[in-house]
Design a protein around this ligand. Structure first.
Ligand SMILES: Cc1cc2nc3c(=O)[nH]c(=O)nc-3n(C[C@H](O)[C@H](O)[C@H](O)COP(=O)(O)OP(=O)(O)OC[C@H]3O[C@@H](n4cnc5c(N)ncnc54)[C@H](O)[C@@H]3O)c2cc1C
Ligand code: FES
Length: 276
């Protein structure tokens, strides 16, 4: 009989941290004890700041890089403020992994469009690293990354490395007014820019994550461009507490987003109750 308390986190030491923007930080963590923590790209975990609380973040690195665990978080409220105080060498808690994941096997041989806005790129980083670490299994890869302003763009150095990989194209865009004098990327909203690229709908997969308004217009654009709803994947960020289907905090009608999600195809989203 497994008597382990499912709410008890494992202890992780912060071994590195990196400021992506003024309000987004990436933590690199290592378990203090032997850990059986294994995950798939797209899953999330609950991260605890002892004495303050816990909150869910996507696991931001690929399972092909499992010698450490990473999360990127945006400063929001109580727990993320406390997490900003955490320094290298400090210990935090992690429990999980939870939820479903991206079906990277079914993407083999296909062209992939990763379309991320703001902190939504955190959810795309793990599957991106995964497909780049298994590069020969996949077709052409386009990364379209948008942010409000140049200083809100995340993973800047990593993106430069990615775009040097054969068959990978990177396009970065900021909202009108968010550019700087030396900005050499695009200016414009993500869905508009995606449409202008005349992407090949046939058989390609779109993996998209970002603010709800971006997803809303991306889905309209993708429909117009002829993408099949089953080939469009996104992740949901409903409020969560337990993370494994017990508390009822995350559900949309009968669907527990923490268990049956957070990854959904546009086809599945369409079947969710209208309250969503
Ligand atoms: C499956 C999942 C994966 C996530 N992955 C990431 C990630 O990789 N990086 C990241 O920065 N964030 C992610 N989030 C969102 C993150 O969990 C919240 O920003 C965080 O819980 C805020 O905690 P807090 O205590 O700092 O803020 P609180 O004090 O709890 O809240 C501050 C403000 O943020 C709002 N808020 C809190 N949680 C959410 C939420 N889930 N969605 C929208 N608004 C919210 C509150 O209503 C309030 O207005 C994810 C959420 C889920 C459910
Ligand atoms: S977070 Fe508790 S049921 Fe989903």
């Amino acid at each position: 009989m497994d008597l382990k308390n499912p709410y008890a986190p494992e202890l992780y030491s912060v071994i590195d941290l990196k400021d992506e923007t003024s309000d987004v930080r990436t933590l690199r963590l290592k378990p203090l004890n032997d850990s059986s923590f294994q995950w798939h790209a797209g899953q999330f975990a609950q991260f605890t700041v002892f004495g303050t609380g816990e909150c869910p973040f996507t696991i931001a690195n690929s399972p092909t890089r499992s010698e450490y665990l990473e999360c990127s978080f945006k400063l929001m409220g109580k727990v993320t403020t406390a997490l900003r105080e955490v320094e290298i060498g400090n210990v935090i808690g992690v429990r999980g992994p939870y939820g479903n994941w991206f079906d990277t096997d079914s993407w083999k041989g296909r062209d992939l469009y990763f379309v991320g806005g703001g902190i939504g790129m955190a959810a795309l980083r793990s599957p991106l690293q995964y497909v780049l670490d298994n590069r020969n299994d996949y077709g052409e890869i386009l990364i379209l990354n948008g942010a409000r302003t140049v200083s809100d763009l995340v993973y800047v150095n990593e993106m430069k490395e990615w775009e040097n990989i054969p068959g990978v194209k990177l396009i970065r865009t900021v909202d009108p007014g968010g550019e700087t004098m030396d900005w050499d990327g695009e200016i414009g909203l993500v869905p508009n820019l995606f449409e202008k690229l005349s992407p090949k709908a046939n058989g390609s997969i779109v993996i998209t994550c970002g603010p709800p308004i971006m997803i809303h217009y991306m889905l309209i654009t993708l429909d117009k461009l002829g993408f099949k709803k089953s080939n469009i994947v996104t992740t949901l960020e409903n409020k969560m507490k337990c993370g494994f289907g017990k508390c009822g905090r995350c559900n949309v009608g009968p669907i527990y987003v923490c268990k049956e999600g957070p990854v959904f195809t546009a086809e599945q989203l369409e079947k969710l109750p209208k309250e969503f």
